[in-house]
Design a protein around this ligand. Structure first.
Ligand code: NAD
Length: 255
């Protein structure tokens, strides 16, 4: 097992990708702390962790709330004695409009706060626990929407996910000397839950065809295909990788 005795904390773990990531990390031997703003979403994830006979804990956590973030990191270390892996997964376009004229200031604030500020707050609170042990793995969720202009989501999402890449690089530079790796993944479209199914269904047939035709592998991604890269980044197999963003998009964007 690649992550035996490791302790991982995931934000937004009740969502489509988050729960898949939690299962994949647990499958490799990690104790997984699942956090989410939604108790109901966490309950769904718990069912799957029970079925997988995983070692896990759950905490309700709004990643935009600095005090809650700090308390949750501390509670994790209190329970498991350490924090090895932080997976900043909470995010998405959060049901905000895509068209420029429909985007209100509150939509911009919500998307930037959850995706970008939340990632920053979690990194800031986790890093001291990692520095104390001179090791850590931070994995941030960017998106193809932050790498290139994507039709599926709007400007706030693009700005937030582009920001996550910049944050990843800058933090990697700052904490590399403490044995902490900081990397990001940029998934293409993953059919990982209701949010994605709704976004996909909002597209016209020609738009869907355009996207599928632009993917050399000719299909959308499964959540498991994203999770295998997260496991790689969480493990020592990626020991010399930091400040990178890995595109997992079937070849839709090659950069
Ligand atoms: N699914 C895709 O195709 C895709 C593609 C690229 C990037 N991503 C990114 O992957 C991540 C997960 O996406 P998903 O498809 O699983 O989304 P999802 O909507 O299924 O899950 C997101 C989870 O985040 C939680 N959340 C929302 N606001 C929060 C907050 N303030 N604090 C804590 N939790 C909060 C939600 O309750 C939900 O459980 C997101 O960052 C998303 O932008 C997804």
């Amino acid at each position: 097992m690649l992550l035996q005795d490791q302790v991982a904390l995931i934000t937004g773990a009740g969502g489509g990708l988050g729960t898949e990531f939690a299962k994949a990390l647990a499958h490799e031997g990690a104790a997984v702390v699942l956090t989410d703003i939604s108790e109901a979403a966490l309950a769904g994830a718990v069912k799957q962790m029970e079925e997988a006979k995983a070692n896990y804990a759950t905490f309700v956590l709004d990643v935009c709330d600095k005090a809650q973030v700090e308390q949750t990191m501390a509670k994790t270390v209190e329970k498991y004695g350490k924090l090895d892996i932080l997976l900043n997964n909470a995010g998405g376009s959060l049901f905000t409009p895509k068209k420029l004229e429909e985007i209100e200031e509150k939509h911009w604030d919500l998307v930037l706060n959850v995706n970008l500020k939340g990632t920053f707050l979690c990194c800031q609170a986790a890093v001291p626990h990692m520095i104390a042990r001179k090791r850590g793995k931070i994995i941030n969720l960017s998106s193809i929407g932050g790498r290139t202009a994507s039709l599926v989501t709007g400007i706030p999402y693009a700005a937030a996910k582009g920001g996550v890449i910049a944050l990843t690089r800058r933090l990697a530079k700052e904490v590399g000397g403490h044995g902490i790796n900081v990397n990001a993944i940029a998934p293409g479209t993953v059919m990982s839950g209701q949010r994605m199914i709704d976004l996909w269904n909002e597209l016209t047939e020609p738009q869907k065809d355009d996207i599928l035709n632009s993917i050399p592998l000719g299909r959308l991604s499964t959540a498991a295909e994203q999770a295998s890269v997260v496991v790689f980044l969480a493990s020592e197999m990626s020991g010399y990788l930091t400040g990178t963003v890995i595109d997992i998009n079937g070849g839709r964007l090659m950069a």
